[in-house]
Design a protein. Structure first.
Length: 55
């Protein structure tokens, strides 16, 4: 690894944090807006947690 004189040296902790943030940003994001967001905001519907209660 060669550090350029004008760039500050990156500590191991800073490097780990940068790599962690990059990995989090690379993960797929949940869909935004529309039906999905309304379902998430409404919480679990009454019958969704008891599938054996449906006809």
């Amino acid at each position: 690894m060669t550090d350029t004189p004008d760039a500050p040296a990156e500590t191991p902790i800073q490097k780990a944090l940068r790599l962690k943030k990059a990995a989090i940003d690379a993960r797929p994001k949940p869909p935004r807006g529309g039906k999905f967001q309304r379902e998430q905001a409404a919480g679990v519907q009454a019958g969704k947690s008891k599938p054996w209660m449906t006809r």
